[in-house]
Design a protein around this ligand. Structure first.
Ligand SMILES: [Zn+2]
Length: 169
């Protein structure tokens, strides 16, 4: 699904709302990925805001079991038409404020934004690392040995007696 820049610019208030409910290529999910995205045009920038919800199939980094993780992403992305250099100053009156660390994607003259790609990138960036099936997962016997070895550092003794309550279970 490609959202045309012209469609965004020609939309009412230069703002286009998209409801996406589909599978995303290369993203293993339980059911469809749902997203509600608002594309807004500001001069030489396109801003995308909204939410993505996906039940992603992951493999636990401790016990290697498959598990599902609900990933919810608040989208706030900025695209610039052309390159960063040419956009700066070209529309000085319409520039939107770009704070430090804001993620900007250059479109290099492309005429649209690939929604599937945007969703794929947003979800994969929000998958926790390491991914663990449960906060109390002790892992497989082999991994347990490995973790025990790690924890033999006396400074980490405090964690041996630490029990973490399961959320709402
Ligand atoms: Zn696990």
């Amino acid at each position: 699904m490609n959202i045309s820049i012209d469609d965004i610019k020609n939309a009412k208030d230069h703002s286009l709302k998209i409801n996406f409910e589909n599978e995303i290529k290369d993203l293993s999910t339980d059911g469809v990925v749902k997203a509600e995205l608002i594309f807004s045009a500001f001069g030489s920038y396109i801003q995308v805001k909204g939410q993505i919800v996906a039940n992603v199939k992951l493999i636990c980094d401790r016990c290697l079991k498959n598990f599902l993780k609900k990933i919810e992403v608040d989208v706030d992305e900025t695209y610039i038409l052309g390159s960063a250099k040419s956009a700066k100053g070209a529309h000085s009156g319409q520039e939107i404020e770009l704070k430090d660390g804001d993620f900007i994607t250059e479109l290099h003259g492309e005429d649209g934004i690939d929604v599937e790609d945007l969703i794929y990138q947003s979800v994969t960036l929000n998958i926790p690392n390491p991914s663990v099936c449960d906060i109390n997962c002790n892992g497989s016997p082999e991994m347990e040995k490995y973790i025990k070895k790690e924890i033999s550092d006396p400074r980490l003794d405090v964690f041996k007696n630490l029990k973490i309550k399961k959320e709402g279970k």
